[in-house]
Design a protein around this ligand. Structure first.
Ligand code: AMP
Length: 395
């Protein structure tokens, strides 16, 4: 795996695909700069070597050129974070981009305009990718969030740098972390899958059954399993058409020697509402009119025990409706248990969609080993897919 550490960038212009798809407020100020900060180590290394940096990214989902999606809005923020002046060019291809790249001196940073102002980016257009490629001497991919897309700047462009392409440090860290969980993992390995629906996690479950010793199935998806096993789930979220599949998953897990842990009790509510009346219920005896919205105390204890016995933990998906304060405590307790295990030397990776939001909201970010920066990309990695953006560098 070739990374920026394997290249000396002196007198080289590095074309870096970063993920600067950051949230902006109505005055176009960056409200969360995590993604810009995450790209800093890669940019710093290249500048320190004596190279120049050309940054390319998308921002939002523009329909053609739309000024509200201009990356020009974030130039000052990027300058401030990198502590160097950042130049900006009003297009990512064409004469202006070419000239800006030619004029760029070593030690300088140039930000290109939003790649998605051109439909060719998402189409993975080869001629467009070739134009991008002409801007730099080395291609660096540091955008995990888009590595599952075969877009021009994330994948296709790599073919124009057969010898001079590598992973940035952020993307390399993501790859190493996933490997640590799915391939070179220290046993026992535990995967915690939560979230709303089984249907969105089936491929992940199937892929990880070969790689884990314990599997916690929590949150909304657990009710499909409970009902399939003959329990009463009241009005809890449940996918009736997936019950057979749930039983099949349990059977496969047994054959493979994976211990599956399903919550034993829940905080049931008489409405999907933060102020609803609540009761602690056995998970298989939820009365009609009530729905399980969070893990109950016995379930939290069960999760804690399994977590403390594990050496490697993957966490994807909340175990309750954490967006509502009344039903966030199960997810917070789970996070606390993972933090405690991590402190004792367990490797913990949190990734994919809402669990990252939960981890940030409850301040667990620095208490787990690694928080993935890519939602969809992480989910596809867990499904066992080789992401096109990663494959293009490895080729
Ligand atoms: P996912 O995107 O599949 O990871 O699902 C995350 C969503 O699952 C969050 O918005 C949670 O509110 C929701 N969720 C978790 N537990 C439950 C539950 N018991 N009932 C309904 N929704 C849930």
């Amino acid at each position: 795996m070739k990374t920026i550490q394997d290249i000396n960038f002196k007198d080289k212009k590095a074309l870096i695909r970063v993920d600067f798809n950051v949230p902006l407020d109505d005055k176009f100020k960056v409200t969360d700069a995590t993604r810009i900060e995450a790209a800093k180590p890669t940019i710093d290394k290249i500048l320190k070597d004596g190279g120049a940096v050309i940054l390319m990214s998308h921002l939002g989902r523009p329909n053609g050129v739309e000024s509200k999606y201009s990356l020009g809005h974030i130039v000052d923020e990027v300058s401030e974070i990198l502590r160097v002046p950042v130049k900006f060019v009003s297009d990512c291809v064409g004469k202006v981009a070419k000239k800006a790249s030619e004029d760029l001196k070593m030690g300088e940073v140039l930000l290109l305009e939003n790649l998605r102002f051109h439909a060719e980016e998402e189409d993975g257009d080869e001629a467009f990718a070739e134009q991008l490629a002409k801007l730099g001497d080395v291609y660096v991919n540091d955008a995990f969030g888009t590595a599952h897309r075969a877009h021009a700047s994330t994948t296709i462009v790599a073919k124009f740098f057969p010898e001079n392409k590598c992973f940035g440090s952020l993307l390399a860290q993501e790859i190493i972390s996933i490997k640590k969980v799915l391939e070179d993992s220290e046993k026992p390995v535990l995967a915690i899958l939560g979230g709303a629906k089984v249907s969105s996690k089936i491929t992940i479950i199937e892929n990880i059954l070969d790689k884990v010793d314990h599997l916690i199935l929590g949150g909304g998806m657990s009710f499909t399993f409970v009902k399939a096993l003959g329990g009463q789930v009241g009005n809890s979220i449940c996918e009736d058409d997936k019950q057979e599949l749930a039983l099949e998953i349990l059977k496969k897990a047994k054959e493979k020697g994976v211990q599956v842990h399903i919550p034993v009790d829940v905080i049931a509510a008489d409405d999907f509402n933060n102020n609803a009346n609540t009761e602690i219920c056995d998970i298989d005896k939820i009365p009609d009119g009530w729905q399980g919205l969070d893990a109950g105390p016995k379930s939290r204890e069960l999760f804690h025990k399994v977590i403390m016995e594990s050496k490697t933990i993957l966490w994807n998906g909340p175990v309750g409706v954490f967006e509502m304060e009344s039903f966030a405590n199960g997810t917070i307790a789970l996070g606390n248990s993972i933090a405690e295990a991590t402190k004792n030397g367990t490797f913990s990776l949190v990734g994919g969609g809402d669990s990252v939001a939960a981890v940030k909201q409850f301040g667990f970010e620095d208490k787990v080993s690694y928080v993935s920066t890519g939602g969809g990309a992480m989910l596809e990695s867990l499904e066992g897919k080789v992401l096109p953006g990663i494959e293009a560098i490895l080729k």
